[in-house]
Design a protein around this ligand. Structure first.
Ligand SMILES: Cc1ncc(COP(=O)(O)O)c(C=O)c1O
Length: 395
């Protein structure tokens, strides 16, 4: 018989890592922190009337993002899903194509593929990174994909396999060298879903900067928030220009005429959101320091505990620890929900990983490789409070 998981000890370990004065009510999973120039910049928008789709904060935010990430071009959007949709369009994804994505991801990754009229093709996870497992993907594609001069097709469906979208789970960078190699060999466009990984680096290079294009999110639960928002990053000037054009309803620049040269999107970030973003980015190094110091405290608190481990940053990576994650030992997976119940009842907001994409009704018939590692991980992951404020005392 397996020993029961000591859920009370897990609750105590979490609390021991948190500042006692912040544990009086409910401790949120991830709440924003507005400790800088947010009020000043937002007031400036209201005072001047520049609240909508043009204004100096949009340009400034895009510049700050490009500088921080090292990308040549950043284009701010209304949210991360819109950014991902544009990345896929710009990477050449067409109706009837397939796009390889992890099954362990937030639904936006799969939805962005569907918005292009393409089909998600699900890929298994690497337990070392929680992201795409490039070795197993390569073995799978060797069996199941035909490489041609102009790309690669699925042997099973005959459809083009156009792109691979790794996602940096909970902010932890995927094995980007391995993934880039798979993309080179199978002629896939590499588009990173970096929605969760602002402030995370792989081999000293910022995530979202390792492929053709990438998408960031500034939703209220992310490291940096603009209320709602996202961005496309790219090192290709032409794609950067096109991203801006597409996100601005493909409007042709003219002093007074309103004309458009293709089907575009109203995906541009409003100035008032960008104003928040500028203030938030000024604090990003401090935010990351606080989040890493909270993670260190969790790591220590869970060091000697049986039945559970704290997930730490993968090799070659420096993570933003966006959402801290516990991994229950396999024999305790069946007690995950009783742990979640205890934590939430005790004022510690905790949740499991997302329902895997191939389990959702609209994606259940999509093509997939063996997904047993993602299934195993999803059954054992528990996300625990990760807000900047919880680590801020040490930062
Ligand atoms: C992995 C992933 N992809 C995409 C998104 C979409 O971002 P948004 O909510 O800004 O549309 C999110 C976050 O919400 C995410 O976590």
């Amino acid at each position: 018989m397996t020993d029961r998981l000591d859920t009370i000890a897990i609750l105590a370990a979490i609390k021991s890592a948190l500042p006692a004065e912040l544990c009086t009510g409910t401790v949120a999973l991830h709440e924003p922190r507005f400790g800088g120039n947010e009020w000043t910049y937002a007031k400036e928008c209201l005072d001047t009337g520049w609240v909508s789709s043009v204004g100096k904060f949009v340009d400034r935010f895009e510049q700050q993002l490009a500088e921080y990430t090292g990308a040549k071009r950043a284009v701010a959007t209304v949210n991360g899903t819109a950014a991902l949709h544009m990345c896929l369009l710009l990477a050449g994804v067409k109706p009837g194509d397939e796009v390889l994505i992890p099954t362990l991801t937030f639904v936006a990754t799969a939805n962005a593929v569907a918005y292009c009229g393409a089909v998600p093709h699900f890929v298994d996870s690497d337990p070392a990174t929680l992201g795409v497992d490039p070795k197993r993907l390569e073995a799978y594609l060797r069996e199941n994909a035909a490489v041609r001069s102009d790309g690669c097709t699925s042997r099973e469906t005959g459809r083009p396999l156009r792109a691979l979208v790794p996602m940096h789970t909970f902010g932890h960078p995927s094995d980007l060298d391995g993934i880039a190699e798979v993309c080179r060999h199978f002629r896939l466009a590499l588009v990173e879903d970096a929605a969760e990984s602002l402030g995370s680096f792989y081999k000293k290079k910022h995530t979202g900067n390792h492929g053709l294009l990438s998408a960031l999110s500034f939703n209220g639960n992310k490291v940096v928030t603009t209320g709602g928002g996202g961005a496309v990053l790219t090192n290709d000037e032409e794609l950067g220009k096109l991203a801006k054009h597409l996100s601005t309803t493909a409007r042709v620049a003219h002093p007074w005429e309103l004309t458009h040269d293709r089907v575009g999107y109203n995906y541009r970030m409003p100035n008032i959101n960008a104003a928040l973003g500028c203030a938030q980015l000024e604090q990003l190094p401090e935010f990351i320091k606080a989040k890493r110091s909270l993670a260190k405290r969790y790591e220590q608190a869970f060091g000697g505990l049986a039945g559970v481990s704290f997930f730490t940053e993968p090799k070659d990576a420096r993570s933003n620890y966006w959402l801290n994650a516990l991994l229950l030992d396999r024999e305790h997976a069946d007690q995950r929900d009783s742990l979640l119940e205890l934590l939430n009842k005790s004022g510690i907001h905790a949740r499991p990983a997302w329902t895997l994409m191939h389990r959702l009704p609209m994606y259940k018939d999509c093509p997939a490789m063996d997904l047993s590692t993602a299934e195993d991980l999803a059954a054992r992951i528990v996300n625990i409070p990760s807000s900047v404020v919880l680590g801020a005392a040490d930062a």
